[in-house]
Design a protein around this ligand. Structure first.
Ligand SMILES: [Ca+2]
Ligand SMILES: [Ca+2]
Length: 333
C-alpha cells in the first residue's frame, strides 16, 4: 500500500510530459525586471508591522506578517494544465508565516520534547534520490525503484534522522530543512509550536512577496544580476548536477532570501506541505492528497519546472521523501 501509493504519487509528479512544454518559453527572461527591494513596503504592511512591533510574542522573530486581502494566485499561462495552475481569485486574512523551512534542529527539539515518531520511522523506509546512493546500494535496491521515476529508491531505515539512508545522519545539516516528514508529521510539529500549516492560497500570496503575476518570489528573472536566487538543479537531470548554485542537495535555510516578506527558500530547497486538499472529492478519503508548493533542489526546467509560485503538486498525507519539508503559519489575532 505504502509503496503503491508512492509509485502512483511519484508517477504523478514526474510523469507529466514536459519535454515540449517546460515553460522556458514563457519565462521571458530577457524582459527587464525589477528585483525585490528592501525598502518601500506598502502602507498596509507598515501598519501591520507597527502592530507587530508592539507585541511581545517571541514567535515574531521567526515569522513574517503577511497582509490579508484579495489576491490572484495561479497563472493565466499554465505550464502544466493537469496541475490546475490556472489563475484563481482568493481572499485571505492577515497571518504569519515562518521565514524559513522547519530545520532538523527545530524538529529535533520537537522530538526530544514529545517523543514523536514520524510516519517514515513507523513504515521503516522512505524515498532517496539515486545521486546520494553508492553503486552498491543502488544495485541492492534495484527492484525498489519507482517505475515511472527510477531515480527514486525506497530505502530501509531512512527517515528524518537518516535522510540519505541508514548510514547517513544530520549532524552537519542541523540548519537544513527537515526531510522525510509526512503531512501528518508536519501538522504535529506545527501544532506543538501553536502554529498550523499554511493554506495553498496563503503560501502562494506569501511567495509572491507583494508582487502580482510574477514567476518567482522576486520577479520574472530566474537569475537576477546573474546570481542564483534559489537552490534547484543545474545540469542534465538526473545524471549530472553541476551544483552551480552551490548545493547538490538541500541548503541551510538562511541562504536564499527571496522577497520583501523576508521569506527564504519559498522556491527551491525542499517542497513544502500546505493544508489544502488536492481534490475536494478526496475529503473523506483516509489518505487524501494534499497540495505541495515551491519545488526542490531536484527541480530542473527539463522535467519539473515547478519552482514557480503558481506551481503545485500532490502527495498523499502519508508520503515522505528526501526533497519534501514544510514551514508553519499562524493566525493573526
Ligand atoms: Ca542546487
Ligand atoms: Ca521551498
Amino acid at each position: 500500500m505504502w509503496f503503491n501509493c508512492h509509485i502512483l504519487l511519484l508517477s504523478a509528479i514526474f510523469f507529466t510530459p514536459a519535454s515540449f512544454d517546460c515553460g522556458c518559453n514563457k519565462a521571458k527572461r530577457d524582459t527587464k525586471d525589477a528585483v525585490f527591494t528592501e525598502n518601500e513596503p506598502s502602507e498596509r504592511l507598515v501598519d501591520l508591522i507597527h502592530h507587530e512591533m508592539s507585541s511581545s510574542e517571541d514567535f515574531l522573530a521567526e515569522m513574517s506578517l503577511i497582509p490579508g486581502g484579495e489576491y490572484a494566485i495561479g497563472t493565466t499561462t499554465p505550464v502544466f494544465e493537469s496541475d490546475r495552475e490556472h489563475e484563481r481569485h482568493v481572499s485571505i486574512q492577515n497571518f504569519y508565516l515562518d521565514k524559513h523551512l522547519v530545520t532538523n534542529a527545530d524538529f529535533l527539539r520537537f522530538v526530544e520534547a514529545t517523543g514523536y515518531e514520524t510516519e517514515a520511522e513507523k513504515f521503516g523506509d522512505s524515498f532517496v534520490f539515486k545521486g546520494f546512493l553508492s553503486k552498491t546500494v543502488q544495485k541492492t535496491y534495484h527492484d525498489f525503484r519507482v517505475a515511472a521515476a527510477p531515480w527514486w529508491y525506497k530505502i530501509n531505515d531512512t527517515n528524518w534522522r537518516h535522510p540519505e539512508g541508514p548510514e547517513t545522519g544530520i549532524d552537519a545539516k542541523m540548519d537544513h530543512p527537515v526531510l522525510h516528514v509526512s503531512y501528518r508529521d508536519a501538522q504535529a510539529y506545527c501544532k506543538w509550536r501553536n502554529k498550523r500549516l499554511p493554506s495553498e492560497a496563503e503560501w502562494e500570496v506569501a511567495c509572491r512577496g507583494g508582487k502580482s503575476k510574477k514567476l518567482f518570489p522576486w520577479g520574472n528573472k530566474m537569475m537576477p544580476r546573474g546570481e542564483h536566487w534559489m537552490n534547484i538543479w543545474q545540469g542534465d537531470f538526473p545524471e549530472e548536477n553541476t551544483a552551480d548554485d552551490g548545493f547538490y542537495g538541500t541548503n541551510p535555510v538562511t541562504k536564499f532570501r527571496q522577497n520583501d516578506f523576508d521569506l527564504y527558500d519559498m522556491v527551491g530547497n525542499a517542497w513544502e506541505w500546505t493544508s489544502d486538499l488536492w481534490k475536494e472529492r478526496e475529503k473523506n478519503d483516509p489518505n487524501p492528497n494534499r497540495v505541495r508548493k515551491g519545488g526542490s533542489y531536484l527541480c530542473h526546467d527539463s522535467y519539473c519546472y515547478r519552482y514557480r509560485c503558481a506551481a503545485r503538486s500532490p502527495n498523499t498525507e502519508d508520503s515522505s521523501s528526501g526533497n519534501l519539508g514544510f514551514r508553519c503559519a499562524k493566525d493573526f489575532l
